[in-house]
Design a protein around this ligand. Structure first.
Ligand code: ZN
Length: 116
């Protein structure tokens, strides 16, 4: 549920995003630093790629119906452009949760006092 609600991978309460694309640097509740290092979210591209493939694959059967290939290319492209905010946010959240699951960050930071 924390993934669906775009919440922190450690405490499942703190918000990750403060705008459509803007993220908090740390969790407002537990102090977890979301971007561990420079380029940390490159891994989110895998989730974004998979999400894009899965969410547009249902357009392919149009080819069997004899629809022009330009429409079969254009409709998924338009869909991908429209779902950029969703794809951006959920690919980062999925990446954060996967990474935290296999390599949890130690408790530290300003919000972590007294929670250990
Ligand atoms: Zn947190």
């Amino acid at each position: 549920m924390a993934i669906v609600r775009l919440r922190c991978p450690r405490c499942h309460k703190g918000k990750v995003f403060r705008g459509l694309f803007a993220m908090y640097e740390t969790c407002p509740v537990c102090g977890l630093r979301y971007q561990r290092e420079y380029g940390y979210f490159y891994g989110a591209m895998y989730a974004s790629y998979a999400f894009g493939l899965v969410s547009t694959a249902y357009w392919l059967p149009l080819l069997l119906l004899g629809v022009t290939p330009w429409l079969v290319i254009g409709l998924p492209t338009a869909q991908l452009i429209l779902q950029i905010p969703i794809s951006f946010r959920y690919s980062r959240i999925i990446w954060l949760h996967l990474d935290h699951r296999f390599d949890p960050a130690p408790l530290r930071g300003p919000g972590a006092a007294g929670q250990g």
